[in-house]
Every structure is written in C-alpha cells, then in structure tokens.
Design a protein around this ligand. Structure first.
Ligand code: CP
Ligand code: NVA
Length: 309
C-alpha cells in the first residue's frame, strides 16, 4: 500500500525515528543514496508562496538523483479548476511522488486517496509536518542524537490554532516528548488534534499541555519555538491579530527562564519585534538556520523512506 505523509501522525514513533536517523546520516554524507536515480521526477506543487520549502524540496529531489518539477498552481490547470483527482491521476503516471503546499487539509487527502505514488504535505492550513521533522532533527542535534528527544520539552508560543502548533502537538507526542502550547483562549488548537496528541501520548509517554501563560510554557523547556501571528491566508485578519499574542513574544528574558541550554526554533519567515525579538532570533540560542538547512536532510530522508516502501 502506498504510504503518504499528510500529517505528523501518519508515521509511528519507530518510523519517525527511522526517518530522523536517516536524515542525520544524510547530513553527514549528502550523496550517499540515490533512490530517485533515473532520474525519476517529483512534482512539487504550490498554491501558496514559499522560499524554503520550494528550494529545499527541489534540492532534495536533485540530490536523491531525481528531477524536481516545481509547479505554481496559478500556471497550471489546477488553478483553473481541474479537479484534484484528475490532477493526481496524471501526476502519478509521470512522477515518483507528489509534494503539495495548499490550503485545506482535505485537498491533500483527496490527492492521496487516488494517487498510487506518495503524497507529501508541504504545508496546509492545518499542518506543516515536513517543517516539524526538521525541527525535531535540530533538537536531536542539540541533545546529542535522537535518543535525546524522548522526555525533552518543546514550548511553542503563539497562534495555537495554526499549522505549526498542530504539527508540534502530533510530532512531539509521537516522539515521546513534552509539548506545551502557550496561546490565548481565543486561538486554541483544534480539539481533535489535541485529542489525537493525547491518545498518542498514552503509548509514547509524551506530555501534552495547553496554557495561556508563557512563563509556565518555557519553564524546563529544551526548545522554545514561535511562528508568525498571521499565517498565509489570514492576511485580512492582520490588524486584529496584532494584540492577542503580544504577551507571547519570545524575548531574551523569557529564553533566560527556559535555561542556558534551551534553543530557539522558528520555521521562518520571522517578523522581528512581533513573535520574537531580534535579540533572540539573531542571538546565541537561535538554531533557525540549522533548522532551515535541516529541511533538506529531513525531506530527503522522508522521500527516500516513502518511495522505498
Ligand atoms: N518554513 C517554511 O515552510 O518556509 P517557506 O514558506 O519559505 O517555504
Ligand atoms: N504558520 C505559517 C508557517 C509558514 C511556513 C503560515 O502558514 O504562514
């Protein structure tokens, strides 16, 4: 059966560890494997803007021996209303995998339902699972390897209802970590995602916590993460989103509460002076550039793992 990666809990704990282990190996020996030799093509489709995802997936496919086809929806028939199913049926005859950044999660689910090749979620309104694979890899590096993930605590401060918050909940639960989301009552995570994370936690030993208190969130955290308060597609709400998250800005003082070894993560793009101060994102605890590079290694491992299934 074709495996897809549409949300973070599409892999088990053990599978997540396998992918992260391969990612760390590929970082040491970038051209060690060529599962897309041929070259086999991978369709990389964008309905929303992107810098890192576009570049890191294109480079991932090239480094695995394949051919990256980067397609903007606006310039393809999907942008004119061709159905997702018909698009999938064409892509899967021609490509070894399909990577898609889109709006609703239902879009990638519809694509996966008919595709005979793996479909990878490159960000939807609900989840950003490839990003969080890279984040876990970055935290593993800071903690001496994948063995350092179970029991480690990640605190996310910001919009609890966005894709990053949801992906942290599922991926950290899968990794057996502590995950604390600090968010105002008005921007809570989707209850079904919290329930899924708590269900996973029962078998992995993860601890899932939701709070509105940034001090509670960062206490004992090994990683502190934030994200924009205005995700793609929410630009119309920018004005009303300026104030509810103000107390959740990641400052130097807040990082000091987390402790000297805590790292700062941000998926980028970042807005200095909003969700994080320049002092933190450009300071010694920041790992955001490693995190951006790790998109490459994590996605190469994911693609290799999926196409070899
Ligand atoms: N972090 C991330 O996905 O960045 P882009 O939007 O630039 O792809
Ligand atoms: N939450 C952000 C992530 C960007 C990579 C957004 O969806 O815009």
């Amino acid at each position: 059966m074709t495996r897809h990666f549409l949300r973070d809990d599409d892999v088990t704990s053990l599978e997540q560890r396998e992918i992260l282990a391969l990612a760390l190996e590929l970082k040491k020996d970038r051209f060690a494997i060529r599962p897309l030799a041929g070259p086999k093509a991978v369709a990389i489709l964008f309905d929303k803007p992107s810098t890192r995802t576009r570049v890191s997936f294109a480079v991932s496919v090239a480094e695995l021996g394949g051919y990256p086809l980067v397609i903007d929806a606006a310039n393809s028939q999907t942008g004119r209303g061709e159905t997702i199913e018909d698009t999938a049926r064409v892509f899967d005859r021609l490509c070894a995998a399909i990577v898609w950044r889109t709006f609703g999660q239902a879009n990638v689910e519809r694509m996966a339902a008919v595709s005979s090749v793996p479909v990878i979620n490159a960000l939807t309104d609900q989840f950003h699972p490839c990003q969080v694979l890279a984040d876990l890899m970055t935290l593993a590096e800071a903690r001496g390897g994948i063995g350092g993930l179970p029991g480690a605590k990640l605190a996310y401060l910001g919009d609890g209802g966005n894709n990053m918050a949801h992906s942290y909940l599922l991926a950290c639960a899968t990794a057996g970590m502590g995950i604390t989301i600090a968010t105002p009552a008005s921007h809570q995570p989707d209850p079904s995602v919290v329930a899924a994370a708590r269900e996973i936690a029962l078998s992995t030993g993860a601890v899932v916590e939701i709070t509105d208190d940034p001090h509670v969130a960062v206490a004992g955290a090994h990683a502190v993460a934030s994200d924009t308060w205005v995700s793609m597609g929410m630009e119309g709400e920018a004005a009303e989103r300026a104030t509810p998250f103000a107390d959740l800005q990641v400052t130097g003082d807040l990082m000091a509460e987390a402790g000297p070894d805590a790292i700062f993560l941000h998926c980028l793009p970042a807005y200095r002076g909003k969700e994080v101060t320049a002092e933190v994102i450009d300071g010694p605890s920041s790992r955001v550039w490693d995190e951006a590079e790790n998109r490459l290694h994590a996605q190469k491992a994911l693609i290799a793992w999926l196409v070899e299934r």
